[in-house]
Ligand binder design. Sequence first.
Ligand code: ZN
Length: 248
Amino acid sequence: MSERLRVIVWNEFRHERDEESIREVYPQGIHAAIASGLQEMDPDLEVSVATLDEPEHGLSEERLERCDVLFWWGHMAHGEVADAVVDRVQKRVLEGMGLVALHSAHYAKIFKRLLGTTCSLTWREADERERLWVCNPGHPIARGIDRCIELEREEMYGEPFGIPAPDEQVFISWFEGGEVFRSGNCYYRGNGRIFYFRPGHEAYPTYFDPQIKRALANAARWAAPAGGRWVDECPNVTEPREPIGKSR
Ligand code: ZN
């Protein structure tokens, strides 16, 4: 493909505006940090951002039409995402657009819609160490990453994680308090690819970590449309390719 890969980083952008302590970590918003990390790691990406409070949440039909991979960060305002926008993102994923769901997006309407399960988990905020172990070093999303990504402080997410068995698993997390979690999970839905990536709690500078940036840039490439668009239609094919019943 000669055209540049078009990526949109979507963020609900509420914690950073409402809470001083979060704004100190992400002064421009989580979306800006993710977008600049992607651009730094892969200058050939064409990265733009969108947020909840824009008209149509910044995800008009026209914009999604031109989007190859959509990153999604949401937490406190999942319920404010319009169902019409969820419908159109789902349609684009089934046609071939990639979706990278981040951290608390495990409860995003679009993620639950596409996976079809509860997507619930256990959690704890206790400033604990996380190690994301690479369980599939040959996977494109693990390219250039060490045996594990180590984060000094993160929120804990633990099993059971109410997801369908992943089609491919890239990371599994260990936490200081003892829990483990399936933290890098790939799915295929229709013609689209979905990657769920666990770290990224708003109170920690996770999206500035070089290995996290590497994983996200790799995920953008992995989730990109791999073939032609698969349009949802169900035609009645009345004209057969060959005459039927001729030899009888
Ligand atoms: Zn969190």
